[in-house]
Ligand binder design. Structure first.
Ligand code: TYD
Length: 138
């Protein structure tokens, strides 16, 4: 897929004749101990979300149903990846601007995070984010 700003991680697939079973655990898809899980669902047509970066937070994103396009920006380059239910999860390290676009109506987008919610960890202004990266703090 050629993604360079973030890593697509392979989750464990335990599918059998009964159906699908996916596993995300330390050493097999999860690069950190999870302290928070949240998910987006029922996103209204035309809505885009995200539009922020984190200073320290690490996240692993999984699309459980439908599809969503995630746009990543490191202050210079922009990349886009479409997530769908499959064996892949998107690992986002700190210092990366992210936007979620083109949610399908049935999309369920789940995020594992290595820390509790902290508004002080957010950069919500794109110009501020660019300055933050240029300052070498990203
Ligand atoms: P917001 O950051 O605007 O979501 P997105 O980046 O997807 O557009 O979050 C919406 C609101 O929910 C905002 O008031 C912060 C709050 N929130 C929490 O309280 N805990 C959380 O874990 C998250 C992700 C958001």
């Amino acid at each position: 897929m050629g993604l360079s700003l973030a890593q697509l991680i392979s989750l464990e697939v335990k599918d059998d004749a009964r159906g699908g079973l996916m596993v995300a655990q330390i050493g097999a898809g999860l690069p950190f101990v999870v302290r928070r899980v949240y998910w987006l669902h029922g996103t209204k047509p035309g809505v885009a979300r995200g539009f922020h970066a984190h200073k320290k937070l690490r996240q692993v994103c999984v699309c459980l149903a439908g599809s969503v396009r995630v746009v990543l920006f490191d202050g210079q380059r922009e990349e886009s990846v479409v997530l769908k239910p499959n064996h892949e999860a998107l690992y986002l390290e700190p210092g990366l601007w992210r936007e979620m676009h083109d949610f399908s109506p049935d999309c369920i987008f789940m995020v594992f995070a290595d820390a509790e919610y902290d508004e002080a960890d957010y950069i919500r202004d794109r110009q501020e984010f660019i300055r933050y990266r240029q300052g070498g703090q990203g």
